[in-house]
Design a protein around this ligand. Sequence first.
Ligand SMILES: Cc1cc2nc3c(=O)[nH]c(=O)nc-3n(C[C@H](O)[C@H](O)[C@H](O)COP(=O)(O)OP(=O)(O)OC[C@H]3O[C@@H](n4cnc5c(N)ncnc54)[C@H](O)[C@@H]3O)c2cc1C
Length: 427
Amino acid sequence: MATTAVVVGASITGLAAARALADSFDQVLVADRDVLPGDAEPRRGVPQGHHGHVLLGAGQRALAELFPGLLDELVAAGAVPFDPSLDMIVHRRVEWTRPPSGLRLVSFSRPLLEHTLRTRVAALPNVTIRSATAVSALTGDASRVTGVMIDGMPHPADLVVDCTGRGSRSDGWLRDLGCPTPAVTEVTVDVGYASRLLRRTESDLPGAKAVFVLPAAPQETRLGVVLPIEGGRWIASLGGWFGDFPTDADGFTEHAGLLPNPHVAGLLSRAEPITDVHVHRLPSNRRRHFEKLDRVPAGFVALGDAVCSFNPVYGQGMTIGVLEAAELGRRTRTGTDLDVPAFYGWLADLLKVPWRFAAGADFAWPQTKGARPDGNALIRRYTRRVQRTVAYDPVVRQVFTAVQHMLLPPTALFAPRIVLRVLRVRR
Ligand SMILES: Cc1cc2nc3c(=O)[nH]c(=O)nc-3n(C[C@H](O)[C@H](O)[C@H](O)COP(=O)(O)OP(=O)(O)OC[C@H]3O[C@@H](n4cnc5c(N)ncnc54)[C@H](O)[C@@H]3O)c2cc1C
């Protein structure tokens, strides 16, 4: 019998999942409720597409394995290669020195990444992408999901993958089948971003390709990031915690002027804006604990933001979605009947570090509300020292950058040669 997977949501996680599942299933249907654009345009279902996105090193590597030649294709479309240490001005408390990291990342707009992936997935012979196609329910019963409902019609599937993002309705879908729904953990931060595009010339930011100004908690709450993207443009995103972000063009300029480093405001004063300011709010880090359910139906999994949506400042969301999609592909290659509880167990392990990184770091502000991730005070003190050391120590910076990009485990920061350098730092 031919096997079928239905992927709900054709954004980054859904497209990566479709590519990964195309090696395991005879047919893959990807359904998205949006009218999917023919080119690299922001769209309604992905409002964050108006804002600056960095794909971490681990995500870039995983995507390049799923889509060979992807990075060259992005660069050919105008994306900009950069070293996140050498080419990026970073400021937190002080402006960091810029030793080479050895990492080559590529900077692009979020719509360009999605458009390039969508084109590649649409070209796969056993995958169909259906635009303007909302999934409204699951079919099956509490023991097995057997498909989805589209326009009042059942579509049978051996596996249904929920990639509908933070706003996922799959709790309701599961409840309708008599299934339990996952507990939710929320860490509230009321983060907001305002972003606009500008025309780019090299003289806008002499000697660097990007700039990232981060707040020193708990005194500061504002951030600013400017990245080069295709089409000879900059994307400038200004944001902040606890409502401290701009909401219009005047506020945008004012916010840049209040950052503790002059480069963002300097760039904005030189480059010509070519779009309005778009605003996006994200109230919390939010996680659904499928791994804690004592029974889950076979034939259904959730991935990406539908499971865990992070404070975006740590740039982890797309990478996590892609890593999950790649693992789903590996786990279905030898048999399409996925062991769902085992997959959720793996996923919970994957999320441990990034959750601690995002939700844990947010607790540096006393206004943050919710359940603080585990972690002892000694490690938190050490991590604060690491953050001071990276500002000027090239060896610690290189390891820190690899950890931040999920290319090394956090234990790499506890290697004796790193600990010695970190403990030597004076305030
Ligand atoms: C301001 C901001 C900045 C960010 N910056 C970064 C960054 O620098 N790096 C990074 O890695 N991440 C960043 N993120 C996070 C990143 O955008 C998300 O983690 C990522 O988009 C998650 O992808 P996804 O495919 O899981 O879900 P989404 O991108 O949210 O996509 C969900 C898809 O499901 C579709 N859909 C929804 N309901 C249905 C339905 N019923 N039927 C069919 N289709 C449906 C939607 O149309 C959409 O296409 C940022 C987020 C924000 C808000």
